[in-house]
Design a protein around this ligand. Sequence first.
Ligand code: HEC
Length: 297
Amino acid sequence: MRSPFKSIRSELTFIIIVTGILIGVGVGFFIYKTTINKALESARTQIKTTMAFVKASRNYVRKTLRPRINELLATGCTNEDFILEAQSSSFFTASIFSMVNEEIPYMTLRQVAIRPLNPKHTPNDTELWMIEYLRRTKQKEFEGITVHEGKDYYIKAFAVIPKKGCLRCHGKIEDMPKAVRNLYGVKEDPNWKVGDVQGAVMVYVPFDQVLSEARRNGVVQGAMVGGVFILMAGIILLILHFKVFKPIDVLRTKADKISKGEVDETIPFQSENEIGRLAKAIDRMRISVKKIMDMMG
Ligand code: HEC
């Protein structure tokens, strides 16, 4: 195949620039991915720690506090009483989490559900999508980077799948303790179904900064590596210019002159390398041509 380039110099320049750009883009992308993966790794660890705490609080309410209070209510108070602070694991978890939040302020916990008791737990579009997704894919967990209110977040979501006992408060209004009904002014039966995804417990970690940092790192470091490559290749090209391309140009003019019969100028050859040997060969040719021309008078 014929090269579209008229000179080795421009061909090399082209190859160097294209390779430099490819290397730069490759390295940049790799750095971008690595930065995000590192941040994800640390977000995962943080969420795991937090969720362990959240789960523990929830279990405490379910297994310890609520049964005990129920016992007390059964003996002393009426069963229509409801002590939010002690009987709702969600309320308890949220309270605990807000305390944890003082330590780790950038994380947000959301406990959302279809037809929630507390209107604050109404899912937004992202959260609705998440519940639908968990339901459709039958997955218990989701994690990923999602846009929420115009900002990037890393989200970890856990499906809320009610058991039979949950329906006392999340089923029909008539089954709810009166206090629950009054507390939130519930007008519509939550009507949760046992075993079906009814909501999600989600942790949001802001990822805007990570993403922009990853992009910046990728661009800067990619450009640096690509730039260094182009610079080094440029230096090599410069050396080639003085050592190869320029001497070849000189030899070409000399050969041109010989072809026109100007055979008296000797050709200087200083080096013993390929160019030097070529120069010597052309000079031998010059001498031969000169001899023939002399012979012919
Ligand atoms: C004794 C009543 C009661 C029972 C039983 C109960 N909850 Fe709740 N739940 C509540 C109350 C009250 C709230 C609202 C708490 C708040 O304001 O933060 C709530 C809130 C929630 C929320 C947040 C959405 C919303 O409706 O506000 C989820 C999710 C939830 N509960 C899941 C469950 C699951 C799962 C079970 C069964 C394992 C369960 N709950 C059992 C009373 C109950």
